[in-house]
Design a protein around this ligand. Structure first.
Ligand code: XIL
Length: 315
């Protein structure tokens, strides 16, 4: 097997990466690696509200459309990311500027417009991103404050109206193992499904760090969603470390990547495993976590690291 993509074939789990569209345009070896190694792609930023509707009523789908075209040309599925979030919203979208009733219409129109735009071309949508706190309560956000807790069910219904075939996901971080946050997600998914809300998947971002160790109840957590009959996916996996990297950290990192993949492969309905960037050349980690980095399976020269071999061997 000469690529992750080839290694994943027949496993029931698609292997993906987040893609940055300007990098895809400018860096030919990066572009070749995306096509060779992966069978799904996610826009790292280009489908977020801030990018697709920078001014109210002016939509810009150019970058996202290019990704969808690239994916089609390379036989790849697309994970749409993300429709409802508290981050990376356009600057015009503030609570001061609109009444709650207006915000509800704005959210509905946003979901309808974006999902319709890509209708038939998106495998999974991350419909609601990062809606729950570590203690299991709903996150305080413009949506919770203006619309109340029902905004989650509404968002899924609106997305389903616009593209009935797309699989619709909740997505969050620190929800990979069994803990208060994933308990709350489990209860939420169970309740929404009982109410007939079209929720199809539970996404676990999988932003791990070598220095904190890795959650050890991931298989158990994934299994309970299996039993509910919903899909699961690892949606943004990276395993950062305190710099400088050394062989011990790099080895631990390989284990972190493969432990999540193993949990996915052990599950019935875990269908997707996505890296949040595949090369240290462009990872978001150094810009967001002071003194940390080296978080992906390929180094800055696009050479595979032990994590790459570990992922291939785990499939
Ligand atoms: C990150 C991107 O990687 C960065 O380029 C951007 O500046 C900020 O957002 N959880 C998510 C992703 O759901 O959308 C975030 O992506 C990383 C954390």
């Amino acid at each position: 097997t000469s690529s992750l993509r080839a290694a994943a074939r027949g496993s029931g789990v698609r292997i993906g990466t987040a893609v940055d569209m300007s990098t895809l345009a400018d860096d030919a070896p990066y572009r070749a690696a995306v096509a060779r190694e992966f069978d799904t792609v996610t826009a790292e930023n280009e489908m977020k509200w801030q990018v697709v509707e920078p001014e109210r009523g002016r939509y810009d789908w150019a970058a996202a459309d290019r990704l969808v075209d690239f994916a089609r040309a390379n036989g790849q599925a697309v994970r749409g990311h993300t429709l409802v979030w508290h981050n990376q919203n356009p600057s015009w979208l503030t609570e001061d500027a609109f009444t709650p009733a207006e915000l509800r219409r704005i959210l509905r129109d946003h979901i309808h417009t974006e999902v319709r735009h890509f209708k038939g071309r998106i495998w999974h949508w991350d419909v609601v991103n990062e809606a729950i706190n570590e203690d299991g309560t709903l996150r305080d956000s413009i949506w919770l404050r203006a619309l109340g807790p029902g905004y989650i069910a509404d968002a899924f219904r609106w997305a389903h109206e616009a593209d009935p075939k797309a699989k619709l996901y909740l997505n969050d971080y620190n929800n990979e193992g069994v803990n208060a946050k994933s308990d709350a997600y489990y209860a939420l998914v169970k309740r929404l499904r009982a109410e007939g809300v079209p929720v199809h998947g539970y996404g676990m971002q999988g932003h791990l760090a070598v220095q904190y160790g890795f959650p050890d109840t991931v298989a158990e957590n994934v299994r309970r969603f299996d039993v509910l009959g919903v899909q699961t996916a690892f949606t943004e996996v990276d395993v950062r470390m305190i710099l400088p990297a050394d062989p011990v950290k790099v080895q631990a990192q390989a284990q972190g990547f493969s432990s999540l993949l193993q949990a996915c492969l052990l599950a019935r309905h875990c269908v997707s495993y996505t890296l949040w960037g595949f090369t240290d050349r462009y990872s978001w980690v150094p810009g967001w976590f002071d003194g940390e980095g080296s978080a992906t399976p390929f180094d800055e020269e696009l050479r595979p690291k032990p994590a790459y071999q570990a992922l291939r061997n785990t499939f």
